[in-house]
Design a protein around this ligand. Structure first.
Ligand code: TSJ
Length: 639
């Protein structure tokens, strides 16, 4: 191993050392998210090959020892000698930013974070095994301790296959967890299969023997069908395609009978979750087409105003997937997940405008169905605006804005310290009112029925007493008008019984917030209170303790020296004001669950499934996902 101590090698180790010193700089974090980043870094290299037309199958295996194996059947990483007599493959795994040199100007995933990350993965792994089939041989090299080569790249045997196989073992001392999440990886694998037609993606979890295969011949259409599952569809799926200015663009559209818009965009197969120029082009093209077609066909009368963007996007599911060659790629924003490339706007605007207008002209019935939907959206929007103007006029005459009579307000005027408890039932509401901290905690008991916002029309939602009270109390309007800057409470806490009804109310409220006040969830302002499940007391009542789960309960049981009894709380109503305050409301003792959205696509699907007609699906979900025994954070879509 004479090459081990030459100068380029020392530089290499210093480079990888920098990654180990500040992993966050390279992979964002060292938690579960950062751990999965390692998978994306390796996977994206194999996906890039497929994207450029090499290989039609990728396998991912989660091994029992928490290592990950990724295999492709493409060209194989180049093994020819590079500078200083080091093979190209070794340079790739030991040098930071060595990605670009080998690829030419094909399509590259993302704005630079991916594709060059194999050395970062190596640096953060205790072991990495590389097997390459190429140039008539199988080659292999292994690294340990974050990038030190155990062996040089060696010819193992003759082989006429081609492809690359990488196995890496994440470093337990660097990551807070090395337990890979099947669902998270599967979602990404399936998404990739949706985006690259005819690419076979296999995922195997050796820990429990699970295996799934994803392969689609018309992936984007199947992606839209997947997202629209269990929603009522308004039109037949529309597909638009073009190749212009060197940019390959595909747009797939489906309107559903819901009130939200879901526009999901990808650039070179990487999600651009903050949108960017392609989404801007899509939106302006769509508004233009629908207005123009409606005018030309008298679907809008002369006296009618034009459709606004939100009207033509209500209920839409759209996937925009574009391929941009590397020299045109520009990303913006902190996370580089917003496309800057100005050409993307004109390309997408043009295909939507030209091709959609053409399709509308070809199929008037389909066009009319979509435009009728936009018309309803426009009517509701105009009605809400009118109603708001009138209520503003009324309010001018009164000093205090009339709030719901049911609200017990708090004294503080600072939203940052104010908490709004949404409490199931009047009796628990009464206890909460007595037991609260008057300064910061406001109580709003929910008596009536919360409507299922997945089913109801927007007007009916505004008419629903419970929801309109919540909207007024939070004080930041609703829907497209919702203004997160105006919220009057920085914690909105849902407090229900720990039973099926309570869970159902939670889901109804969360669905409402998700659909109509989503920034409230995204900003982390929504919480779920956790009342204790047990109280354990000595018979003389001198000592009593609350327990939130069985584990805690048995801990207290083992500590008891005198005779004791256990009370199991079935609902908030069984606690008096001081008990409720002590256990569930008091900042010092309570356990709150912050509601997060980890993945919009998945949340979207779950919400639809949950709020659809099938009661048994809902019951099953509640049983499986709302687990009062072990919960740190409750995520819509992901547990
Ligand atoms: F990330 C990684 F390096 F570890 C990795 C790379 C992991 C896996 C599973 C696959 C790959 C990978 C890389 N698969 N295929 C390739 N292809 C190339 O690196 C390659 C091959 C040939 C040529 C050429 O111009 O002839 C160019 C490239 C980029």
């Amino acid at each position: 191993m004479s090459s081990k101590y030459n100068s380029s090698n020392i530089q290499v180790l210093e480079g990888l050392e920098a990654v180990r010193k500040r992993p966050g700089m390279y992979i964002g974090s060292t938690d579960e998210k950062g751990l999965h980043h390692l998978v994306w870094e390796i996977l994206d290299n194999a996906v890039d090959e497929a994207l450029n037309g090499h290989g039609n199958r990728i396998d991912l295996i989660i091994n029992t020892d928490n290592s990950i194996t990724i295999i492709d059947y493409a060209r194989g990483i180049p093994v020819d000698m590079h500078e200083n007599g080091v093979p190209a493959s070794q340079v790739i795994f030991t040098t930071l930013h060595a990605g670009g040199k080998f690829g030419g100007d094909g399509y590259k995933t993302s704005g630079g974070l991916h594709g060059v990350g194999s050395s970062v993965v190596n640096a953060l792994s205790t072991k990495l095994e590389l097997v390459i089939n190429k140039d008539g041989h199988e080659w292999s090299q292994t690294f340990t301790n974050g990038g030190q080569e155990v062996t040089e790249l060696k010819k193992i045997k003759k082989s006429n296959k081609t492809g690359t196989k990488v196995t890496f073992y994440p470093n337990e001392n660097i990551f807070s967890t090395i337990n890979f999440n099947y669902k998270t990886i599967k979602r990404r694998i399936q998404e990739t299969a949706f985006l690259i037609d005819n690419l076979e993606m296999n995922i195997t979890d050796k820990r429990d023997g699970k295996y799934e295969q994803f392969k689609y011949t018309n992936g984007l259409e199947e992606f839209v069908n997947f997202l629209a599952q269990s929603k009522k569809k308004i039109n037949k799926v529309i597909q638009l395609e073009s190749n212009d200015l060197g940019i390959d663009a595909q747009v797939v559209l489906q309107y559903t009978d819901t009130y939200n818009e879901e526009i999901i965009s990808f650039v070179n197969n990487v999600r651009t979750k903050d949108g960017g120029s392609h989404e801007v082009g899509f939106k302006s093209g769509l508004t233009k087409v629908i207005n123009e077609y409606s005018r030309n066909n008298q679907l809008l009368k002369d006296k009618d105003k034009n459709f606004e963007g939100s009207d033509v996007r209500e209920g839409i599911i759209a996937i925009i997937s574009i391929k941009i060659p590397e020299h045109l790629l520009q990303f913006e924003g902190q996370t580089k997940s917003k496309l800057g490339t100005p050409e993307a706007k004109s390309v997408i605007e043009k295909i939507v405008y030209q091709n959609l207008l053409f399709q509308f002209d070809q199929n008037k019935t389909e066009a009319i169905k979509i435009i009728e939907k936009a018309k309803k959206a426009k009517e509701v929007r105009e009605a809400v605006r009118k109603a708001r103007l009138e209520s503003r006029k009324e309010k001018k005459n009164k000093k205090e804005v009339m709030l719901s009579g049911k609200l017990t307000p708090c004294q503080s005027k600072k939203p940052a310290e104010r908490e709004l408890f949404l409490v199931e039932g009047d009796s628990a509401g009464g206890s909460a009112k007595q037991g609260r901290n008057r300064k910061t905690q406001a109580i709003l008991p929910l008596r009536g029925k919360v409507v299922n916002t997945e089913k109801a029309k927007f007007e009916d939602i505004l008419k629903n007493e419970e929801l309109s009270t919540i909207i007024n109390t939070i004080g930041a309007s609703v829907g497209t008008d919702f203004d997160i800057e105006s919220i009057k409470y920085h914690k909105v806490i849902i407090m229900t019984d720990a039973d099926t009804d309570g869970s159902h109310i939670q889901i109804l409220l969360l669905t409402f917030f998700y659909r109509y006040m989503r920034p409230l969830i995204e900003g982390g302002f929504i919480y779920i209170a956790q009342p204790p499940l047990y109280k354990i007391s000595t018979v003389d009542n001198k000592i009593s303790k609350y327990a939130w789960d069985e584990k805690e309960l048995s801990k207290y049981q083992s500590l008891m020296t005198k005779k004791y009894f256990i009370q199991r709380y079935k609902g908030l109503g069984e606690m008096n004001a001081s008990q409720l305050s002590d256990t569930t409301m008091n900042v010092d003792n309570r356990q709150l669950i912050k509601v997060k959205i980890d993945d919009i696509i998945n949340a979207e699907k779950q919400i639809t499934t949950l709020m659809g007609d099938d009661v048994s699906v809902r019951r099953k979900w509640i049983e499986e996902n709302i687990d009062f025994d072990d919960l740190d954070e409750y995520e819509i879509g992901v547990k």
